[in-house]
Write a protein that binds this ligand. Structure first.
Ligand SMILES: C[S@@+](CC[C@H](N)C(=O)[O-])C[C@H]1O[C@@H](n2cnc3c(N)ncnc32)[C@H](O)[C@@H]1O
Length: 108
């Protein structure tokens, strides 16, 4: 198993880190909203949409993304789905806001 700083590679992805609201919000404030959800932004975002499309997701379908974070998959899914067919919820409003605002600016 791959090790990083003495921890198992999957440790940074465990759910418990999302309950340290102060640490997470500090990371978001520092502009690190992509790292806050685990990094590998393009790879994991693409993996999510590729998997869902391979399972039959079509643009006219509606998708509820529970734990959408800063929209790593959401950015691609919003583009793929018909307008208004994507909804995301997350424990941390700041993550959604950072993803929404920054990704909107990059698009514009
Ligand atoms: C590994 S991140 C993945 C985020 C996003 N799905 C992505 O692929 O980038 C897990 C997300 O689940 C959220 N989360 C954890 N527990 C949750 C809960 N009980 N309800 C809603 N969201 C939760 C976290 O805040 C975090 O944004």
């Amino acid at each position: 198993m791959q090790e990083r700083r003495g921890q198992s590679w999957w440790e940074p992805m465990t759910i418990s880190r999302y309950y340290d609201k102060t640490a997470l919000e500090a990371q978001v404030q520092a502009g690190r909203h992509r790292e806050a959800v685990g990094g590998l932004w393009d790879e994991i975002g693409q993996l999510q949409i590729d998997f869902l499309v391979s399972q039959g997701l079509m643009p006219h379908h509606r998708l509820l993304d529970i734990g959408c974070g800063s929209l790593r998959g959401g950015v691609k899914l919003i583009r793929y789905l018909d307008a208004g067919h994507y909804a995301g919820v997350d424990l941390h409003e700041s993550l959604i806001n950072a993803g929404y605002e920054i990704n909107s600016r990059r698009r514009g």
